[in-house]
Design a binder for this molecule. Structure first.
Ligand SMILES: Cc1ncc(COP(=O)(O)O)c(C=O)c1O
Length: 406
């Protein structure tokens, strides 16, 4: 089913503002459709209580809604509720793995392998883990279109020292879509575990976590039209039993005595304290909303067409250099670019005068920009509600930047 973009656009309150805002910053955080806001309002107002601790009517309703939300979110990406942990963000999901699994499994003489395209969220926790444990952090390089080489991965894995490969499913700067299923296959054959950062992938394309087979797959709710304050971590069932907890406290325990504590089983061991309850309901509503507009495959097809148009239009402007794969079919729904001789903050500032919202800077990927040899880039990122007219507006604004800077 193709996306009915007029219906999609009617779902977003921000599009009713009089300024005619062109929001091309969904890669940073997605706007929220009314269905998500309503679901959170209704649950928070009429069915809310803390979970897993009460027997009254509201507590039972909240328990049921939270459990249903976990099942809904897991199903959206082909996982199971038993392998789906709610965190606060994908940053927290990755930190959880780095501490709980990493501290117990990575040591001196071991390697952790990441790539030059990683967001800081999938880089700094590994740097810190390697420091704590005396391990080595190694990087896979990129070709001139921002792609990794599977031959280089094989070469790195060959010495048997790799304990973990951590890789973005889709890059938040280059848009590169990594062959994560193949990375998992090769890493597993070499005895390594794999974490996939799916922050940019889940909102843009069908993702089947079990088919990919990664040991850990993390993503974040606010980029999938859901609320802030909720992240997701899928962990393969076999690993859960042996992972010690990361945060400790209420709700994650079995028995607490004066000097000793035993841990709850499975995912519950990793959800200390009151979880993001209203946010879970909101994220489940976001999954429902995506399905109601035609499903994530339809969103993907729409965004790929918008991305192809953006690559063509922005790429045709003299003095603009686009980074990442040239084909829309090889990338996610974003285009990052540099304009010769103009700082991206000036670019974004001038573009913002036309009410076009883009993001400028290093997009939490400073080593990547160093590897690309550019100080920063300007990024336009797309969503289900993006239309070609908005790309035209951006190109007009880029023209204004070039006029000002001669
Ligand atoms: C690829 C990637 N990983 C991780 C993150 C961090 O997401 P959060 O801030 O929700 O933890 C982002 C956010 O921009 C991202 O694009």
């Amino acid at each position: 089913m193709a996306l009915d973009v007029a219906t999609v656009r009617a779902a977003f309150p921000y599009l009713e503002r009089p300024e005619g805002i062109v929001y091309l910053d969904s890669g940073a955080s997605a706007q929220k459709p009314r269905a998500v806001l309503d679901a959170m309002h209704d649950f928070g107002g009429s069915h809310y209580a803390n979970i897993h601790r009460g027997v009254h009517r509201l507590a039972r309703e909240a328990d049921a809604a939270f459990d249903a939300a976990r099942a809904r979110v897991a199903a959206f990406v082909g996982s199971t509720p038993q392998e789906t942990i709610f965190t606060g963000s994908v940053t927290q999901s990755i930190n959880l793995v780095a501490h709980a699994w990493g501290d117990a499994n990575v040591g001196e003489g071991d390697d952790v392998v990441i790539t030059h395209m990683e967001h800081h969220a999938n880089l700094v926790p590994w740097q810190q883990l390697c420091r704590r444990r005396g391990a080595t952090l190694r990087y896979l390089g990129l070709d001139d279109e921002g792609r990794i080489s599977l031959d280089e991965l094989d070469a790195v894995l060959a010495d048997g020292r790799t304990k973990l490969v951590a890789i973005a499913h889709v890059s938040n700067v280059l848009g590169t879509r990594n062959p994560v299923g193949e990375v998992v296959r090769r890493a597993h054959a070499a005895g390594a575990r794999v974490l996939v950062d799916g922050a940019q992938a889940v909102p843009q394309q069908p993702v089947d976590v079990s088919a990919i087979g990664a040991d850990f797959y993390g993503w974040t709710g606010h980029k999938l039209y859901g609320p802030t304050g909720i992240g997701v971590l899928h962990v393969r069932r076999e690993l859960l039993a042996d992972m010690p907890p990361f945060l400790t406290g209420g709700d994650m325990i079995r028995i607490v005595d004066f000097q000793e504590t035993s841990w709850a089983d499975g995912i519950h061991r990793f959800e200390a304290g009151t979880p993001p309850i209203i946010e879970a309901v909101g994220l489940a509503a976001a999954c429902d909303w995506v399905d109601a507009i035609g499903g994530i495959a339809a969103v993907h097809a729409h965004e790929e067409a918008v991305t192809a148009y953006a690559l063509e239009r922005i790429g045709a402007v003299d003095g603009v250099r686009i980074v990442g794969p040239r084909a829309a079919s090889e990338r996610g729904a974003l285009v990052s670019f540099a304009i010769d001789g103009v700082h991206p903050h000036d670019v974004a500032e001038i573009i913002a005068r036309d009410e076009v919202c883009v993001r400028a800077g290093q997009h939490c990927a400073e080593p990547l920009h160093r590897a690309l040899g550019v100080p920063a880039t300007t990024r336009a990122s797309f969503a289900a509600h993006t239309v070609p007219d908005e790309i035209d507006a951006l190109v007009t604004s880029i023209g204004r930047v070039l006029d000002i800077f001669g």
